[in-house]
Design a protein around this ligand. Sequence first.
Ligand code: F6P
Length: 323
Amino acid sequence: MNAIAVVTSGGDAPGMNAALRAVVRACSYHKIRCKGVRLGYQGLITNDIVELGPRSVSNIINRGGTILKTARSSDFKTKEGRQKAFENIQKNNIDGLVVIGGDGSFTGAMTLEKEFGIKTIGVPGTIDNDIFGTDSTIGYDTALNTAMDAIDKIRDTATSHNRLFFIEVMGRDAGFIALNSGIASGAQDILIPEKKDDIETLFSSIERGEKAGKLSNIIVVAEGEELGGVYDLAKFTKMKYPKFDVRVTVLGHIQRGGDPTCADRVLGSRLGIAAVEGLLNGKSAVMAGIRSNKVVYTSFEDAIQKQNVINKELIRIVEILAR
Ligand code: F6P
């Protein structure tokens, strides 16, 4: 291989810059050229591609977001868009592509591989942790800590006012952030899509809390939970218990920003190198991940289709802890 390109795609995640830096420096170490594609797959279509040397990624390991920028490209979903992308890949003499992103980004990479034979390798970057083939995705640990810090702050005011808070955290299809940040911040109950919740069970949990003498309560709700969302939950709870002072906080995109934690910087660094070395060893259409502290490669098919399963033990302990 003479040149590898790297792209960050889909939602950004803290630690993507660390992964990008690792890709660039691994290329330099193995004496191959590295090119950065700006603005996700859209940059492949518009030929927004820059040469990256080891110094162009100085001072970014500690920064959130992605210096390459990112996008969810609708043009890339069309055959014409991908044809343009392929032409630009050829024009820039790119032999392999590293895609840092989530399952939508891997679907794009897999299509490029199938349609044009481009060698592609994925690096899992998403705060949701919903990708099969790695114990943790880049950005997840930082998002967890951001959510936990925010919930701690809300607890201060909830306690002062004796209030019941519904707090929505991110996770479009997965409850990893909700479950772990909820346990870490002492939530009374945690609602996630993987556990089929019902409102009566939530009410019993709230009543248990009240009987145990709790004057304030935190309920953490994953964005993808299926009971109707935090605002409806708050409305129904207020109807059932008019004496409760109920509030809602949606944490939103604050969870996607900020300096990556040590764990995300190390993970991004290891996976960036694993991606380059995987390509150099002839791998393609796979994602680099870390399982039980070892680098492993998982086919894009499995990474996209299989589920990263929630640990049932964590669901079980929520009730034990909320006494
Ligand atoms: O996939 C990461 C994620 O942050 C989800 O948790 C969330 O639902 C989604 O992205 C939000 O996407 P956008 O930034 O495009 O609104």
